[in-house]
Design a protein around this ligand. Structure first.
Ligand code: ADP
Ligand code: ASP
Ligand code: MG
Length: 463
């Protein structure tokens, strides 16, 4: 059995959905379970409508929702021929949008948008796209079975970033999905959404469909997890930033995790863990070029002689510098600092320490004020925002000298606030100004990947 996950652009219109159905159809004998995202932009629109309602702009919220409804109707009319089915689904879509509009009205009246209502609204994108795709498959005589992810994806109640509960999700997924798979059905379900044990709708956080795919893959012991997206695979950098980026044929789970964690949007940062636990290869593929080979992410790829394999970056970083003479030769100081971050439920990304100072970075500044206030009780503190992390990743960095030298030479006059050689020794991260990201990534890309090194791991993109 395999998991086939389609991202938003891979189901964005009628043509994309036809391609997706073709991709499923070609792999029918491999017992696919299909996981789908909302059509491109739908989740953004839904979230934006909820926010507009909160600001009291119901007119604009309704206009955005109507346009989104029309997009879904148009797609439906173009992928399903059977008129009665189309009419019935249009009515169903209208009902769902009426529900959202009612919710928006309540938000506007109360002047309150809870994370719980936001999830109820945001989940609609996947619920609609999955309906269309299951119908499009049925139209091509594929035995599609639509299963609502909320019936098996059990999560905690951290609305807008809910964590799946592995054991109940695994048990329910096996009980609900396997009988269909075993009778030759092709399951279609939603990524990104789930429900608490009490049945309240949740979402796994933006970009979470990749994570859904790997959780389901691990639960069902899939042979492979395919992530179909709008680029040829995992590349040497985000091609939107470095247009010369090359596709990587194969990378390790560890490299993929680091890249995703440090901002490579092609995979949600949590995607790799369930795959690692069950040792299931993850393949990233381009739905616009379905016959290309994509990138294989596996436990132990063949050793390559490229020290650096890819560059990731992530903006919206805040650096916190903490200085105290009490730190000198003292124990317990770091733990008192970290307990403050724990108290405010804020994850720390990079840390670097000297005898009297600690610098660290966070990417969620929502509790920054309270954190700084608490830290000031024990040390001098400064916070710098609008920073970014750029990160070079590669397994072979461990045994290659001179990488740091090349990184610094390439960045030359760009101001580096902080450096961290990851404890895993497969990444090196630098904190720079957000405004310098594009230039830094391009320079690093030129240094390590242009012209294309004569290495077996790269594959030039044929256009
Ligand atoms: P989907 O909707 O299919 O999940 P995403 O937009 O979430 O797609 O992720 C794909 C995007 O990730 C690409 O269009 C690309 O701009 C971006 N990206 C960032 N870093 C990388 C990378 N190293 N390799 C490939 N794509 C990357
Ligand atoms: N539709 C969701 C989002 O836009 C989840 C995903 O696409 O992975 O964040
Ligand atoms: Mg994505």
């Amino acid at each position: 059995m395999i998991i086939i996950k389609f991202g938003g652009t891979s189901v964005e219109d009628a043509k994309a959905i036809s391609n997706a159905v073709e991709i499923i159809s070609r792999q029918r004998s491999r017992q696919p379970v299909v996981v789908v995202s909302a059509i491109a932009g739908a989740t953004n629109t839904l979230v934006s409508a909820a926010r507009l309602a909160l600001e009291g702009d119901l007119g604009k919220a309704t206009a955005e929702l109507n346009a989104l409804l029309e997009r879904h109707v148009l797609i439906l009319e173009n992928v399903v021929d059977d008129r009665p089915t189309v009419q019935q689904l249009i009515l169903e879509f209208r009902r769902r949008f009426d529900e959202i509009k009612n919710l928006c009205q309540a938000i506007a009246v109360l002047g309150e948008l809870t994370p719980r209502s936001l999830d109820a609204i945001a989940s609609v994108g996947e619920r609609l796209s999955s309906l269309i795709i299951a119908r499009a498959m049925a139209e091509r005589k594929l035995p599609a079975e639509l299963v609502d992810a909320r019936s098996f994806m059990v999560t905690d109640d951290h609305f807008t970033r809910a964590a799946p509960l592995v054991r109940p999700t695994g048990e329910k997924a096996r009980t609900l999905l396997l009988p269909h798979v075993n009778t030759g059905k092709i399951i279609v379900t939603q990524g990104y959404i789930g429900a608490t044990a009490a049945g309240v709708t949740t979402t796994l956080g933006r970009g979470g469909s990749d994570f859904s795919a790997s959780i389901i893959g691990a639960a069902l012991a899939a042979e492979e997890i395919q992530i179909w997206t709008d680029v040829d695979g995992v590349m040497t950098a985000d091609p939107r930033i470095a247009p010369a980026a090359k596709k990587l044929k194969v990378i390790s789970f560890r490299e993929a995790s680091e890249l995703a964690y440090f901002g490579a949007k092609v995979l949600h940062p949590s995607t790799i863990l369930p795959a690692v636990e069950k040792n299931i290869p993850v393949i990233v593929l381009n739905s616009r070029r379905p016959l290309a080979t994509g990138t294989r992410i596996v436990a132990d790829p063949p050793r390559s002689n490229a020290a650096v394999k890819s560059i990731a970056s992530k903006g919206g970083i805040t650096v916190i510098n903490i200085q105290s003479s009490r730190m000198l030769m003292a124990y317990g100081f770091l733990s008192s600092i970290f307990s403050i971050f724990q108290k405010h439920q804020t994850a720390v990304d990079l840390v670097s320490t000297s005898e009297v100072a600690v610098s660290l970075t966070i990417d969620n500044p929502s509790r920054l004020e309270q954190i700084v206030a608490d830290l000031k009780e024990v040390a001098e503190v400064t916070a710098l925002d609008k920073k970014a992390i750029v990160c070079v990743v590669g397994e072979q960095m461990r045994s290659t000298s001179g990488v740091a030298d090349r990184v610094f030479r390439a960045l030359n006059d760009i101001n580096v606030t902080m450096i961290s050689q990851g404890a895993s020794e497969i990444n090196m991260s630098l904190v720079i100004d957000e405004a310098d990201v594009t230039e830094s990534v391009r320079r690093l890309h030129r240094e390590f990947f242009e012209p294309v090194p004569e290495l077996e791991i790269f594959e030039a993109i044929e256009e």
